[in-house]
Write a protein that binds this ligand. Structure first.
Ligand code: SF4
Length: 351
C-alpha cells in the first residue's frame, strides 16, 4: 500500500481523507537517535528539536513516501510547510490549515479547507474520494479508536507498562490501519490477561508536549510513575472521541476535529484543562506530570496557567522542561523525588 506521510503537532491531520484516497497514513515522528543535524542546515538551533527531527526524517526518507501532508498545529508545523517545500524533494507536499478556534466561522473555514485538500489529492493522484470512500475510512478509523479506548482503560487496572502503551500509540499512527486492527485485537487479549496494577507504582496523568520516543516512557516507569491517563496526541487525543456516523462525512471530520481533546495550540484553552480535570476525577488520580520539550512554547506557556489551576485543586503537580535526548539521568532524580513527595503527602491536598 502507498504511504502518505504527515507532519502535525496535535493530531490535526485528517488521516481519513488520505485513507479514502487509498493511502496508508503515517505520522512523521523523527528519530531521536539520528538527531537533528540534517535539519539544522536549514533551521535555527533554538527551534523545537522534535520539529527539527521531523524535517531530518523527511530529508532522509521522503523518497519512500508517495505524498506528505503538513497540518497547522503549532507555529513549528505552520512555518515548516514553506521550509519543507523548499528542501524536501521528489514528493508532492500538501498543506491543511486547521483553525485555532471552534466557532461557526472556523467550522465553515475548515470544511472548505478539507474540501480543498480532497480536490488537490484527486487532481494530483487521479483517485476517487467520494462519500463511500470517506465513510469506509471513517468506519476503519473508528474501529481503531474504539479498540484503543478499551486498551487504554486497562492501564489503571492492569500491569501495562508505559513502554507498552507508548508502542501501541506509536503503531496506531504508523501502521496500515487494517493490519493495526488485528494487532490491537491481539494486544487487547494480551493486556486483559495481565496481572493487576503493580503496588509499587504511582498512577499519574501525563500532559504537555508529545512524547515521541520510548526511552522517556521507560524513564517514568523506572522512577515508579505509571501513566494511566494523558492528553497527548500520541495518546488519548488520538482516540478519546470517535468520528460521528453522519450522512455527511466531511462534516463528520470537521466535528471530530473540534470535539477531540484540545492541544495547547488551540483556543479557548479551558477545554484542555477540563479534559485533564475530568480524566483525573474519572480515574481517581492525584498526580499530574506536566512537561514541555525544550523550545516548545505552546506547552511551556500553557503550563503557566494549567499548573497553578491543578495545584489549586489540590493535585500533586510537577512541571519541567526536557531535552530531545533518549537518556537523561538528571531527570530520573527529579522524577523519583516527585514520586517520593506524592507518597509522603498522600492523596489530593486541601480538598
Ligand atoms: S513539541 Fe511543541 S513546538 Fe514542537 S512541534 Fe510539538 S507542539 Fe510544536
Amino acid at each position: 500500500m502507498k504511504t502518505f506521510a504527515y507532519f502535525d503537532s496535535g493530531h490535526e491531520f485528517p488521516e481519513e481523507i488520505v485513507m479514502a484516497a487509498g493511502f496508508s497514513p503515517m505520522k512523521i515522528l523523527g528519530d531521536v537517535h539520528q538527531g537533528t543535524a540534517a535539519a539544522d542546515e536549514y533551521l535555527f538551533p533554538f527551534f523545537c528539536p522534535f520539529a527539527r527531527g521531523c524535517l531530518s526524517d523527511a530529508l532522509a526518507n521522503s523518497e519512500k513516501w508517495d505524498g506528505i501532508g503538513v497540518a497547522h498545529g503549532c507555529d513549528a508545523t505552520d512555518h515548516h510547510y514553506d521550509m519543507w517545500r523548499a528542501h524536501v524533494m521528489g514528493v508532492p507536499i500538501f498543506w491543511v490549515n486547521t483553525p485555532m478556534k471552534i466557532d461557526q466561522t472556523a467550522q465553515i473555514f475548515y470544511r472548505k479547507e478539507l474540501t480543498r485538500f480532497i480536490d488537490n489529492l484527486i487532481k494530483q493522484y487521479s483517485v476517487k474520494i467520494g462519500e463511500n470512500e470517506l465513510k469506509d475510512a471513517i468506519r476503519l478509523s473508528n474501529q481503531v479508536k474504539s479498540l484503543m479506548q478499551q486498551l487504554a482503560s486497562l492501564r489503571a487496572k492492569k500491569d501495562i507498562s508505559n513502554q507498552d502503551y507508548f508502542e501501541m500509540t506509536h503503531k496506531a499512527v504508523q501502521m496500515p490501519k487494517e493490519l493495526l486492527v488485528e494487532e490491537l485485537k491481539t494486544t487487547l487479549a494480551d493486556w486483559e490477561g495481565r496481572g493487576p496494577f503493580p503496588a509499587g507504582k504511582t498512577p499519574i496523568l501525563l500532559t504537555g508536549s508529545d512524547v515521541t520516543f520510548v526511552e522517556y516512557m521507560e524513564l517514568l516507569d523506572t522512577a515508579g510513575l505509571r501513566v494511566v491517563r494523558d492528553d497527548l496526541s500520541l495518546g488519548e487525543r488520538y482516540f478519546a472521541t470517535t468520528i460521528p456516523d453522519t450522512a455527511d462525512p466531511v462534516q463528520a471530520l470537521v466535528t471530530y476535529s473540534f470535539d477531540m481533546p484540545r492541544s495547547a495550540t488551540r483556543v479557548p484553552s479551558d477545554s484542555r484543562l477540563e479534559y485533564i480535570l475530568g480524566a483525573l476525577k474519572d480515574t481517581k488520580i492525584d498526580a499530574v506530570l506536566s512537561q514541555n520539550m525544550k523550545f516548545c512554547e505552546p506547552y511551556a506557556m500553557d503550563a503557566v496557567w494549567t499548573v497553578p489551576a491543578l495545584k489549586g485543586r489540590g493535585y500533586h503537580v510537577m512541571h519541567f522542561e526536557r531535552d530531545y535526548t533518549p537518556s537523561d539521568n538528571q531527570m530520573l532524580t527529579r522524577l523519583e523525588a516527585f514520586k517520593e513527595t506524592i507518597q509522603q503527602k498522600g492523596g489530593r491536598q486541601n480538598v
